[in-house]
Design a protein around this ligand. Structure first.
Ligand code: KG4
Ligand code: ZN
Length: 347
C-alpha cells in the first residue's frame, strides 16, 4: 500500500510517500519546505504569510516527494492530510490541495489528527509495525501542546495529563525571546544550555519546578517562564555567561518536570512502552534523560524516540497515522470524500 501524506498545520509544507507491505514500512520520501527563516523576523509564525507560502510550495513539494519516491500519483492508494489542530488558514491550504488531488485522481482521502501523527512518528523509527508496545504512554511536547497520552491500542487514546497554561515549546520560545536569542527558541536555548554544561561552572541560578509534586499528571510552565523574566530583570545587561546559565537552569527545570511526571504515569499505568514526540523531542537532554529514567522502572518498558528527522512537523507521520486509521480503525470511505479542517482538534 502506498500512502501520500500532506502536512501544513503550521509553517512547514510537507509531503511524504510511505509504503507498507506485509507489516513492513518504508518511508519512500519525506520532503519538508520550512518557512522558519521567513517567520523569524516576526518572532513567531505569521498565519496569513504561512498560508500563502503553503499554497505556493505545495505543488513543488509534492512533485519532489513523488520524484524521490519514484512513484506516480496514480499509484497512490490513500491520501492522508492533517485536519487539525493547527492554524486554520494553513490547514485549509493543505486540505484544499489534498481534496483536489483526491477528486482529480479518484483517490480515497482521510483527515488526520496532527497529534496522532506526532505519536506515530515513533513508529517510523521501527522497520516493522510492532503491536507489542501497548499500552503505551506518549509524552507529546511541541510549541502548542504538552500532553501525556495513554494509548491502549491503535485509535484508543486517553489524555491523562496536560499543560494548564503554556506548552513547553512555547516556554522555550518565550524564554529565547526574553534573552534576545531569536526564533524558534528551543534549539537556541538548548545550545546555550549545552555551552554552560560543557564548562562545569557552579550553578548559581535556581528556577522552580512547577507542579513537580502535584498528584496529577498536569503541567504548568508559565510560572517558570515568569521566574526567568524576573531573573533577567536583576541584571542591567545580560552577559553571555549569565544567558548561558539561565538557559541551562530553565532547560533543567522544564525537563525535570516532564520526566518526573512521565515516569510516575508510566509506573502507575504499567505501560509496555514510553514514547516521546513533538518538536521538543528534538531536545538532546530530554531524549537522554527519558531513556535513562525509563530504565529505572521496575516493569522495564521500552523507550521509543523518533529519529531526529521526524521530531518536527513532517508528512511521513501523517501518512502513517492515516494508514492506521484506515487499516486498523477502519475509518475508511468508499471512494473519495472531501475533508475539512478542525483547528482545535484534540483526542
Ligand atoms: O511540533 P513542532 O515542530 O510544531 C508544533 O506543532 O508546535 O514543535 C515546535 C516547537 C517549538 O516551540 C520549538 O522551539 C521546539 O519545538 N523545539 C525545541 C527543540 N527543537 C524544537 N525545544 C527544545 N529543544 C529543542 N532542541
Ligand atoms: Zn507539530
Amino acid at each position: 500500500m502506498l500512502i501520500l501524506g500532506i502536512e501544513t498545520s503550521c509553517d512547514d509544507t510537507a509531503v511524504a510517500v510511505l509504503q507498507i507491505i506485509s507489516g513492513k514500512l518504508k518511508v519512500k520520501s519525506s520532503v519538508i519546505s520550512s518557512q522558519v527563516k521567513l517567520h523569524a523576523k516576526y518572532g513567531g509564525v505569521f498565519p496569513s504569510l504561512a498560508a500563502r507560502e503553503h499554497e505556493k510550495n505545495l505543488p513543488k513539494v509534492l512533485k519532489l516527494s513523488l520524484k524521490e519516491a519514484e512513484t506516480k500519483i496514480e499509484d497512490i492508494d490513500l491520501i492522508a492530510v492533517t485536519r487539525g489542530p493547527g492554524l486554520e488558514p494553513s490547514l485549509w491550504r493543505g486540505i484544499n490541495f489534498a481534496n483536489d488531488l483526491a477528486k482529480k485522481f479518484k483517490k480515497p482521502i482521510l483527515g488526520v489528527n496532527h497529534l496522532e501523527g506526532h505519536i506515530y512518528s515513533n513508529w517510523l523509527s521501527l522497520t516493522e509495525l510492532d503491536y507489542k508496545l501497548f499500552p503505551a504512554l506518549c509524552l507529546i511536547v511541541s510549541g502548542g501542546h504538552t500532553e501525556l497520552v495513554l494509548m491502549k491500542s491503535h485509535g484508543k487514546y486517553k489524555i491523562i495529563g496536560e499543560t494548564l497554561d503554556d506548552a513547553v515549546g512555547e516556554a522555550f520560545d518565550k524564554v529565547a525571546r526574553m534573552l534576545g536569542l531569536g526564533y524558534p527558541g528551543g534549539p537556541l536555548v538548548a545550545l546555550r544550555a549545552d555551552k554552560f554544561r560543557s564548562k562545569s561552572v557552579k550553578v548559581e541560578i535556581k528556577f522552580p519546578r512547577p507542579m513537580i509534586h502535584s498528584k496529577d499528571f498536569n503541567f504548568s510552565f508559565s510560572g517558570l517562564k515568569t521566574a526567568v523574566l524576573y531573573k533577567t530583570r536583576e541584571f542591567t545587561k545580560l552577559s553571555p555567561k549569565i544567558t548561558d546559565q539561565i538557559c541551562y537552569e530553565f532547560q533543567e527545570a522544564a525537563i525535570d518536570v516532564l520526566i518526573s511526571k512521565t515516569i510516575k504515569a508510566a509506573g502507575k499505568y504499567k505501560v509496555k512502552s514510553v514514547m516521546l514526540s513533538g518538536g521538543v523531542s528534538a531536545n538532546k537532554l530530554l531524549r537522554e534523560k527519558l531513556s535513562e529514567s525509563v530504565k529505572s522502572l521496575e516493569s522495564s518498558p521500552a523507550t521509543v524516540i523518533p529519529e531526529m528527522a521526524y521530531t518536527t512537523d513532517n508528512a511521513a507521520m501523517i501518512a502513517l497515522a492515516g494508514y492506521f486509521n484506515w487499516e486498523e480503525i477502519k475509518i475508511g470511505f468508499p471512494s473519495w470524500k472531501p475533508t475539512k479542517p478542525n483547528a482545535s482538534l484534540n483526542f
